[in-house]
Ligand binder design. Sequence first.
Ligand code: SF4
Ligand code: SF4
Length: 133
Amino acid sequence: MKLSRDKLKSSFLQKVAEMSGEDIASCYQCGKCSAGCPLEAAMGILPHRALRLLQLGCEEEALNFDAVWLCASCHTCESRCPRGCDLSRVMEALRMIRLRGGQSPVHPQEVDEEILQRAPQQAIVSCYRKNIS
Ligand code: SF4
Ligand code: SF4
């Protein structure tokens, strides 16, 4: 499907592109990112398909893309991308938009006391940064 200029210039796409610093419109859907993603089997919508949703201005679908919570920020996708697109930064931008909108898969009051006692501080801080607003 050919992209119209209006879609490529959608405000949501611009917002994610600015937050991530990535040129999302340059993706040409080769799929190399998804083929190398270690979490591909669990993601439902594959990373390259998520980029396509963004390119098409499908804000609602992109914001319901739950793989953003699974992305391990491993940068495998970036190392494989012929366009140098760092999907982990795109995932981070989508997480930030959702967290700022009040969506979070982990609520602090629901974290088990035993986990708080036993988990390394770095793991807890990292989880809070990634998943909790
Ligand atoms: S950074 Fe995220 S999307 Fe990219 S390969 Fe790693 S887990 Fe997959
Ligand atoms: S590897 Fe790069 S160009 Fe290919 S689909 Fe993924 S983001 Fe797009």
